[in-house]
Design a protein. Structure first.
Length: 398
């Protein structure tokens, strides 16, 4: 029997309205509504079209999908998604990302069911942060700076560089994915209802320094804004929390006690090019370095305006020196889990794709952002002879 809810889940995951999907199928919007609500079942040609659109197998639509198999337990609260975006997002976009996160969370569940993880450092850190925020009498700005310093220490980040930032954030317990999330959204983050932290990065071509700042910004949201209902914020409240995450990111990426000394060696602090060596060392943009110089008193307001004017004249707001040469870090945690699980015979990739998820490789790329070639390496038929096979052939020849 056709499972209408499976179609609804896929449609929402891809961000399609019923009207958009009906246009793609060449049918009426009412027909899509009937399929989703189990009033009628689509003909096989429509099922084949759906299969091509969503990169799943035909049988995907005839058994409960992974979301329904989880007894409809909602683990993603749409209100808790913290976007790194230039403006607050449309409800339809937020709903699509929430559905994506439901599938992604189930995928992590699927991989994690037979693998034991150590106690997650990020949860311990978050709990310390919550206690500090609720008990300390420091100003909010002082608290954010102190939390940034604590986070850098607890995550084990070297005091003199940010080169391995993504690795250490993933190691702490955060699941980071790189996916197509549109041009208007740089990144977003959330805690699931089961306390699993996610950071989702856009896969559009960004610089290494932009990516580092996105990670630090979202880490700030995870630590500072636990369970905040972002969708209920007005524009002013939303901007205030974005500014807090920006403040955290700057203090986290550029430890004040080290930076103060390094700034002293800059001969012309209003010249953006004077910060290129520091950018290469810290993997932080010249613009952020200039802001931190203002914050630490290296630049006064007038000199910072001159710095910013020079930034504009040189076109550095669009592209800075080294943006096209510094290597961009990629998430590795889920890949490492898959490699381990396959090596230990915990999962079989072909069985996972064909049987457990009833999908195609394109579905997993859409979901995780992991290139199809990574999964393909486990789907190639092995043609090599093992010693036992050779011995058996020899006996047959004799």
């Amino acid at each position: 029997m056709f499972q209408g809810e499976n179609l609804t889940n896929l449609r929402m995951m891809h961000g399609y309205s019923r009207k958009q999907l009906s246009d793609m199928l060449g049918i009426t919007e009412q027909a899509v509504w009937q399929y989703e609500n189990n009033y009628t079942s689509p003909k096989m040609q429509i099922v084949n079209d759906l299969k091509s659109i969503f990169h799943v197998k035909s049988k995907y639509f005839y058994k409960k999908d992974v979301l329904q198999n989880a007894n409809n337990q909602m683990n993603i609260n749409i209100m808790n998604i913290a976007y790194r975006s230039k403006e607050m997002n449309r409800t339809s976009k937020t709903q699509a990302e929430a559905k994506q996160m439901e599938f992604l969370d189930r995928f992590v569940d699927y991989l994690s069911n037979k693998i034991s993880y150590p106690t997650q450092r990020i949860i311990q850190l978050r709990n310390r942060v919550i206690h500090y925020l609720n008990s300390a009498t420091d100003s909010r700005q002082e608290k954010i700076n102190a939390i940034a310093k604590l986070a850098r220490k607890e995550l084990g980040l070297n005091e003199m560089t940010n080169h391995n930032l993504m690795f250490l954030v993933e190691k702490s317990g955060v699941f980071i994915f790189e996916r197509a999330i549109g041009e208007e959204i740089d990144a977003y983050s959330l805690w699931t209802e089961q306390d699993r932290p996610f950071i989702i990065l856009g896969n559009l071509k960004r610089s290494a320094v932009r990516r580092n700042f996105d990670i630090a910004h979202e880490l700030g949201h995870l630590l500072l804004h636990y369970r905040v209902e972002f969708t209920n914020l007005d524009r002013k409240e939303y901007r205030a929390l974005e500014n807090e995450a920006n403040q955290f990111a700057g203090a986290f990426l550029l430890p004040e006690h080290v930076l103060q000394e390094e700034f002293q060696s800059i001969a012309r602090p209003t010249n953006p090019d004077a910060y290129i060596d520091l950018k290469k060392k810290w993997f932080v943009s010249i613009q952020v370095l200039g802001y931190q110089a203002l914050k630490l008193g290296i630049l006064d307001s007038k000199k910072h305006r001159n710095f910013y004017a020079a930034l504009h004249r040189k076109g550095y707001q669009k592209q800075e020196p080294l943006d096209d040469t510094l290597p961009i870090q990629k998430p590795q945690k889920i890949k490492s889990i898959i490699v381990y699980a396959v090596k230990e015979s915990i999962i079989d990739i072909r069985h996972m794709i064909d049987v457990d998820w009833r999908a195609e490789l394109g579905f997993f790329y859409q979901l995780t952002g992991i290139e199809e070639s990574f999964f393909n390496q486990y789907l190639q038929e092995k043609q090599d002879f093992e010693l036992a096979d050779v011995a058996e052939i020899s006996s047959l020849i004799r």
